[in-house]
Write a protein that binds this ligand. Structure first.
Ligand code: FPP
Length: 229
């Protein structure tokens, strides 16, 4: 495959509707969605993607029913138990963006363990956005910059970038959102400045490697101008 996007970000939407259509509880949709993360991470890594960022839980998701939030907080444990072996085999490194501090202690432990175990891996970075919100991220970056006491003259794009949770990661090349919704939902607003965007009606649990690869093909044929002509 040629011209594969270096950094792909995904808004994994539609788990609840998928479950409803099957007559199952919403949590079952999230469970199936976590299997899709595994399949898509492997497929992206095989294609040569270097960064894959998945929106798993937003700062706004806390208002969901308690049982659903609690299920989602337990899902990383289920996911890594089942799949850490495959991630290791593919040399995939797990990272996080978002504010870990508000997650349950057990979830933090599971996540830190996955980060630690994969920290020497040299392949694709699989980045989970958990308790993440882009406005919050930018607000915290500004706060840190002000606290560091640098002069207004030194505030530039690079300084801001270096204080975002994605510091050290490249901008997003391709954003994918499933389930027919066409909005950004407070995801990576700064990092998406020049990203190509693709939206599909497919619900996240039904999203496949084939559809991912057909998006990569479409991406390779798009001419990115970055403001030029
Ligand atoms: C959106 O579907 C999905 C989420 C808010 C959660 C996504 C999380 C996962 C797929 C699993 C996370 C796993 C790990 C390992 C961190 P929705 O519930 O908004 O669906 P709906 O719009 O149909 O209701």
């Amino acid at each position: 495959m040629e011209n594969v996007p270096n950094h792909v970000a995904i808004i994994m939407d539609g788990n609840g509707r998928w479950a409803k259509a099957q007559g199952k509880p919403r949590t079952y949709g999230h469970y199936k969605g976590s299997e899709t993360i595994h399949d898509i991470a492997i497929a992206a890594s095989d294609a040569g993607v270097k960064y894959l960022t998945c929106y798993a839980f937003s700062t706004e998701n806390w208002i969901r029913p308690k049982e659903e939030v609690s299920y989602l907080m337990g899902l990383p444990g289920v996911f890594f138990n089942r799949f850490i072996k495959d991630l290791m085999e593919k040399d995939i490194r797990v990272q996080l963006i978002g504010e870990m501090g508000r997650l349950p202690a057990e979830t933090q432990k599971v996540l830190n363990n996955a980060i630690e175990r994969t920290s020497q891996n040299k392949g694709m970075r699989l980045i989970f956005a958990l308790n993440y919100g882009s406005r919050r991220e930018i607000t915290l970056a500004v706060k840190q910059i002000v606290e560091s006491g640098i002069s207004p003259d030194e505030v530039n794009e690079e300084a801001i970038q270096n204080h975002l949770m994605t510091a050290g990661m490249p901008d997003v090349d391709l954003l994918i959102r499933t389930s027919g919704e066409v909005r950004l939902s407070n995801f990576l607003l700064w990092q998406l400045a020049y990203a190509e965007m693709m939206f599909t009606d497919t619900l996240w649990p039904d999203f496949t490697k084939e559809e991912l690869y057909s998006m990569f093909e479409a991406y390779a044929n798009r001419h990115r101008r970055f403001g030029g002509i």
